[in-house]
Structure formats: C-alpha cells, structure tokens
Design a binder for this molecule. Structure first.
Ligand SMILES: Cc1cc2nc3c(=O)[nH]c(=O)nc-3n(C[C@H](O)[C@H](O)[C@H](O)COP(=O)(O)OP(=O)(O)OC[C@H]3O[C@@H](n4cnc5c(N)ncnc54)[C@H](O)[C@@H]3O)c2cc1C
Length: 397
C-alpha cells in the first residue's frame, strides 16, 4: 500500500493525513470547504490535549476555561471549578491548524467535493468536483452528513441529535450548561475568542422546538439572538444496538470521526474521538501486519478497546442521565444539587468534564462514594445529628 485518499479534511481527516504522510505514504486529502467554521462548540477536554499536547502548545488563538455553571429545572445553578480547564477553539482556526500540519507533513490537500467512489482493481477510483483520482486505500472522514452511502456509519434517525445555535458578540470567563426538562440534551454557552457560541442539542425533538427553547433561554438571560448568525448541524448519538453493528471499516476503507459515529452519546464530545480514531486508523494502516484485511480487523479491535466500548456503555446511560429520576427528583436536578452540596460528587463531575472518568467505571465510583456524598449533603444542610455516629465515621473514612 503506497497511496491513501482521505475524504474530508475536518479534525479526523486532517490528523490522519498528517500521521500517514509523516510515515512516508502518498496522501491525497479532499475537502469541499477546507478550513471552515463548522457548527461546533469547539471544546477540547483535558483527555484530548493531554494525549495530543500540540493541541495546547501552538500559536493558534484559543480560550482556557476553568469554570462551568450547571443548571437544571427546580435545582437552580451550581458553579463547578475545572481543575483541568476546557480548551475552546473556533473551528475555523482548529481546522486550519490541523490542515496546515498535514500539509507540512507532506499530504497533498485539494479543495474538491468527492461525488463518488468505486473499487478499481485492489484500489479505488474517486470522482470529485475537479476530476478523477486513484488510491490504494481510502479513509472516510466526511463527518456526520457523510454523503457516500456505501462507506461509514449508516446513521438512522434515532442515532442522531439535532444541534443548533447562534454565534453572538460577547465575552465571559465561564461555560454554562443547562439541562432541559424532558429532553435528552442540553443548552450550552461557550466563550470563544471574540464571541459566544450558544447552542442546544436534543435527541428525538424537532429542530424547530429546540430552536424555540434556545431562544426562550437566551431571551431570559439577555443573550440577544435576533440578527445573530444561526448554525445547525447533525450530531451522531448512536443507540446501544447501533454501536454493535456500527460500520466503521470494510474492504479497502476505514471510517474515522463523525463518519464512523464516534461521538459521546451523553456530552456530544466528538473532537477527541475524531483525532483519536484518526490516530488508531493510521497506526493500524502502518502496522507490520500484512494484508489490508488484517489491518482493518486491527483497527476495529483498537477502536473497541480504546474508547468505543465505553461510548457504547454511555449510550445505555444517556436516557437515565437526562430523563431518569433519583430520590424523588429528576437526575439533572440531583446532579446540580449533589455538585453543590458534596465535594466528593463534585470531584466526580470534574473528572467527567476532564474526560478522566470513563462511563464503564462510573457506577462503581458513584456507589462507592454514595454514603460519603449523602453524608456531605446532610452535613451541608446541618443535619449531622440525624446521622448515627458510626455511619458518620464510616462516611468520613
Ligand atoms: C453544534 C455542535 C457542537 C459541537 N460541540 C462540540 C464540542 O464542543 N466539543 C467536541 O468535542 N465536539 C463537539 N461537536 C462534535 C464535533 O463537531 C465533531 O465530532 C467533529 O467535528 C468531528 O470531526 P470530523 O473530522 O469527523 O468531521 P467534520 O468536522 O464534520 O469534518 C468533515 C469534513 O468533511 C468534508 N466533507 C464532507 N463531505 C465531503 C465530500 N463529499 N467531499 C469532500 N469533503 C467532504 C466537510 O467539508 C468537513 O470539512 C459538536 C457538534 C455540533 C454539531
């Protein structure tokens, strides 16, 4: 295998191009827009920039945010300090930086739309808006709206969330996250360099309804949306059954990032998984194992082991997190109240925001801390005398 075509130049495609070109492969990347302001919060977690330090160490403009305010119906708000800050980029800047790195590594970047692809011998032939091209192998990185039907995740309506919002002038130091009553999703306010990105995502709710909810939220907080730039896009949010049959690779191709449905079904985080899956795909392609079929199997295994198993588990939790009930209240309200009252619970939330706490170990950690958290909550209400001395001692230890 000597040449690889990469279809799509978002974070997934650009990072795969950089890795493969650095290793000496002939890489041709197509993107119909190249660097663009993709509708996105642009938030990168500690998990992302600790594994890929170049995301932090560069001259591209970005914000570091150390505080988030969580809100839920009937619970008010709580401020959560982020020991590991969230990094926020404009997507134009992030995409441009990644594409430039790919180009410097030797990838050829072409601004063109891929309109079709077909097997040609043991390789591929592509039709694009600017002509035709060939390659031995194909990486599909065309995002959530992948127009190429035969490759990548086959997203069904139940595997997606609508996500939309406004870019508005403004500045602030914190992120706001507002849970929504009866909706599997949330509203966010992210400070970017020079403006705020205010958005909403929700599963199974018509986009018009989400937009109305967002506008009500913004009006109530003096965030002027009239005349502001509107954006909307699709967010993969795979159901558990869809993770099991997810089409991430096939004969002569691998899909990465949103085109492979690799987005956290609870938080909507996709940037880390785009970069990570690109890395895993590149490693599988460059590995010593011989035939292409073995490399494809190696990529599938690596994805599952590295994070897809955790995201699949997250898809089982999503409905409980947004729509579930705990101790006679909604789970989002309890999250806000527990974060306010219990330092132990707050530490778990911080780790979730940083990407340090996988979903697979979450239940165990919550249960291990339940006594302690409830004790801290009772103490914060001044109920210490209601808790037997023995239980108090156990909770503190
Ligand atoms: C509103 C919203 C907010 C989000 N906020 C966050 C966030 O704060 N943090 C986070 O981690 N994730 C967030 N995400 C998810 C994140 O945006 C995606 O997971 C990420 O962009 C995936 O990268 P990608 O490279 O796979 O796909 P994309 O970034 O979508 O890139 C795909 C590229 O393919 C190109 N393309 C598509 N079809 C063709 C074609 N036929 N020919 C040529 N080129 C083509 C497109 O032009 C595009 O550049 C958000 C998503 C949405 C919708």
């Amino acid at each position: 295998m000597k040449s690889v075509a990469i279809l799509g130049g978002g974070p997934a495609g650009a990072f795969a191009a950089e890795q493969l070109a650095s290793a000496g492969l002939k890489v041709l990347l197509f993107d119909e827009k190249l660097a663009w302001e993709k509708p996105c919060g642009g938030g990168l977690t500690f998990k992302a920039y600790s594994q890929y330090p170049f995301l932090l160490d560069n001259a591209t403009p970005k914000r570091m945010v150390t505080e988030t305010v969580l809100g839920a119906d009937k619970a008010g708000t709580v401020t959560l300090k982020l020991g590991d800050p969230l990094l926020i980029y404009s997507r134009f800047d992030l995409n441009r930086m990644l594409l430039e790195r790919a180009e410097r590594a030797g990838a050829r970047i072409e601004k063109a739309r891929v309109t079709s692809l077909a097997r040609y011998g043991s390789g591929w032939q592509f039709h694009t808006s600017s002509g035709r091209a060939d390659a031995d192998f194909c990486i599909v990185a065309t995002g959530a709206r992948n127009p190429l039907r035969d490759v990548g995740t086959e997203l069904q309506p139940q595997d997606t969330m609508s996500a939309l919002g406004y870019y508005i002038p403004g500045d602030r130091e914190r992120i706001d996250i507002q849970f929504l009553k009866g909706v599997e999703g949330y509203i966010w306010v992210f400070p970017r360099c020079g403006h705020l990105s205010v958005g909403i995502c929700g599963k199974g709710v018509p986009a018009m309804d989400l937009r109305k909810r967002l506008e009500q939220y913004m009006s109530a907080r003096d965030l002027a949306w009239k005349g502001a730039r509107f954006y909307s896009h699709l967010l993969p949010s795979l159901e558990t059954a869809s993770w099991k049959k997810n089409r991430v690779a096939g004969d002569g191709w691998m899909a990465i990032g949103d085109a492979a449905g690799l987005v956290d079904p609870i938080t909507g985080e996709g940037l880390y998984y785009a970069i990570r899956s690109a890395d895993l795909a590149a490693r599988a392609l460059l590995s010593e194992v011989g035939a292409a079929a073995e490399k494809i199997a190696a990529y599938r295994r690596a994805l599952r082991r590295d994070f897809a198993g955790d995201l699949e588990f997250g898809s089982r939790l999503a409905k409980r997190v947004f729509l579930g009930r705990f101790l006679f209240g909604s789970v989002p309200a309890r999250i806000v109240q527990f974060t306010r009252r219990s330092p132990r619970f707050s530490a778990i939330m911080q780790d979730l925001f940083a990407g340090r706490q996988p979903y697979l170990g979450l239940k165990k950690r919550l249960l291990q801390n339940l006594n302690g958290s409830l004790y801290e909550i009772a103490m914060s209400f001044g109920f210490s005398r209601l808790i037997p001395r023995k239980a108090r001692a156990e909770s503190i230890s």
